[in-house]
Design a protein around this ligand. Sequence first.
Ligand SMILES: C[S@@+](CC[C@H](N)C(=O)[O-])C[C@H]1O[C@@H](n2cnc3c(N)ncnc32)[C@H](O)[C@@H]1O
Length: 251
Amino acid sequence: MELEPKDFEQEFTTMWSFPDRGTWATHSGSDWRGNWSPYVPRNLILKYSKPGDVVLDCFIGGGTTAVEAKLLARNCIGVDINPKAIELAKQKVKFKVDSHDREPVLMVEDARNLHFVKDNSVDLVCSHPPYADAIKYSKAIPGDLSRLPVKSFLEEMRQVAVENYRVLKPGRYCAVLIGDKREKRRVVPLGMMVMRVYLRAGFVLKEIIIKAQHNCRMDSKWVKKAKELNFLLLGHEYLPVFEKPAGKGDE
Ligand SMILES: C[S@@+](CC[C@H](N)C(=O)[O-])C[C@H]1O[C@@H](n2cnc3c(N)ncnc32)[C@H](O)[C@@H]1O
């Protein structure tokens, strides 16, 4: 098993695009619907943390971030409300690395209440919430934010942002991948709306990265529909990187 991507180079602009997604280690694009390309957490972890740091992903899904954190010798806390996600993530991190014995801690919990994580204890948050109800991850799990329409999704994301802020160390970063939605041929700027929620929780913006989207929506059925109805297929997502400002005394 290849544990590293071939010819990997870290991103250095605000425009990221990974057409081949990445299939090193246990990664696969098809295990958990809407999972992110492992190039995303790899870049974030390398840029904003160091070996031994604590990385939190509170929407861990199929475990992509946990696999990358383990490969890169970071401690990982991975949370998901869906037991099937945690089951899969636990399978995904079952491989050996020679350099260390750090194992990700993976739990069925709610991103809105990280009671098991101490204040100011996390070095990096990188997470990928549902895009409101664009993909529904469960039919009936209470607290599953993917069951909520935009308005109530944003209300619940406020609590996620507050919790992310509480657990992050001052001066450290919180990256969130979020895309827009199209409803009745009109764009709902979910990316901007979620950014506002995080800013209101006290974060400041370090970067806004645009990530090119390479997904099934680009298949011929959707291309045909977009041409017929005269709308553009959403081809990008936002990856804002927020900073928890360092207060007096904690620099
Ligand atoms: C876009 S997916 C994350 C995919 C992940 N990045 C991966 O690579 O597999 C969003 C995840 O959020 C989870 N989720 C929804 N509501 C949640 C909540 N309140 N707390 C934690 N996880 C939640 C869903 O079960 C789903 O797995």
